[in-house]
Design a protein around this ligand. Structure first.
Ligand code: ACO
Length: 335
């Protein structure tokens, strides 16, 4: 049994923040941000908006394009590191979509690599688990976990959601031609948002008596990043991963119609495409408008490219995610 990609959708918050607006709250300017990153605007969740709302809007559009009823979805994978509820965002999306048959729904936490891992997981669930209609959603609101006084990180991120519908087929046809996925916990020191003070909360005395109980209420730190190290990691690991995926798919780089990388920084897109010798006209980039939207960036850019007619049926896409964890991975997709 195979599976195919039959729908996509996306949603972004209404509040748009330009580089000039950011320069009113941190010591930065439009020129620095656009030259170093390519980013000009980002969207930020405000008012009554929520990640669940964005994710379910994106999912509804994907279902509409696929012409699949919400009640026929049997699995929802929500790739996010910033859910509305720490216990999981996917069940809330299931509720918002009104799926009455209670499909399995759970979160995948792998930061900016989440969506690629979600695609691979969806294919495995279909091939080995008998699932038929799987929604893969990439949704993040990093605005919730960045320090808005840290100019080294807050200028990079934006909020968004994107979704695809993957359906089982009775043929050998498969949207996932090859993939390659990795993680390196040691690299976590370069990019993290850890729990504060979790090592000392509950000390035991020498006789086993509790010295400090109950534990203090913990909270998470804001995003901390060594930008240069993350930049180097992406330029080193992503081209290699795409080469591995191409080898796995048994096709050359010249067969790729589109390179669709996680939208972190235009300079990373340029470095990876140049290393793979993929012309810039075949590189999808929308980060000027949205910044780095973490797990949402690939499905958001895919949706825009499909709806604008750039990506057409039968096209081959090399997609790659990379980011916190550290995690990275790539997938060769047939639209
Ligand atoms: N505005 C103005 N100046 C700034 C800003 C800013 N927003 N940020 C830093 N600077 C200054 C620094 O203080 C430094 O000044 P100095 O030379 O006087 O010390 C100078 O600009 C250079 O700073 P660097 O940090 O060395 O700049 P760099 O060229 O490395 O660019 C950047 C920084 C854009 C963050 C880059 O390193 C990068 O894009 N890295 C990859 C980040 C990334 O992709 N992260 C993905 C995370 S995805 C996830 O999983 C969450």
């Amino acid at each position: 049994k195979g599976c195919k990609l039959i729908g996509c959708g996306s949603a972004v918050p209404s509040l748009k923040i330009s580089n000039d607006e950011l320069s009113k709250i941190v010591d930065t300017n439009d020129e620095w941000i656009s030259v170093r990153t390519g980013i000009r605007n980002r969207r930020v969740i405000s008012g009554k908006e929520s990640l669940t709302l964005l994710a379910s809007e994106a999912a509804k559009k994907a279902l509409e394009m696929a012409q699949v009823d919400a009640d026929d979805v049997d699995l929802i994978l929500m790739c996010t590191s910033t859910p509305d509820d720490l216990f999981g965002g996917a069940p809330q999306v299931q509720k918002a979509l009104g799926c009455k048959k209670f499909p399995l729904s759970y979160d995948i936490t792998a930061a900016c690599s989440g969506f690629v891992l979600g695609l691979v997981s969806a294919a495995c669930h279909i091939r080995g688990g008998g699932f038929k209609n799987v929604l893969v959603i990439g949704a993040d609101a990093l605005s919730r976990i960045v320090d808005w006084s840290d100019r080294g990180t807050c200028i990079l991120f934006g909020d968004a959601a994107g979704a695809v519908l993957i359906q089982a087929t009775d043929t050998e046809e498969d949207f996932l031609l090859g993939f390659d996925v990795h993680s390196d916990g040691d690299g976590n020191r370069h990019l993290n948002a850890p729990l504060k003070g979790n090592e000392t909360d509950s000390e035991l005395g020498s006789n086993g008596s509790v010295l400090d109980f109950p534990p203090r209420r913990s909270s998470f730190s804001c995003v901390q990043m060594n930008g240069k190290e993350v930049f180097r990691f992406a330029c080193r690991c992503v081209p290699q991963s795409i080469e591995n995926s191409l080898a796995n798919a048994g096709i050359p780089a010249s067969s790729i119609d589109w390179l669709l990388l996680h939208q972190a920084n235009q300079r990373i897109l340029d470095a990876v495409s140049s290393r793979l010798e993929i012309p810039s006209e075949q590189v999808i980039s929308n980060l000027a408008n949205y910044g780095n939207t973490s797990a949402a960036s690939i499905p958001l850019a895919l949706d825009e490219s499909v709806r604008s007619g750039k990506v057409r049926p039968g096209h081959t896409i090399a997609a790659a995610g990379f980011g916190a964890g550290l995690t990275w991975g790539s997938a060769i997709l047939r639209w």
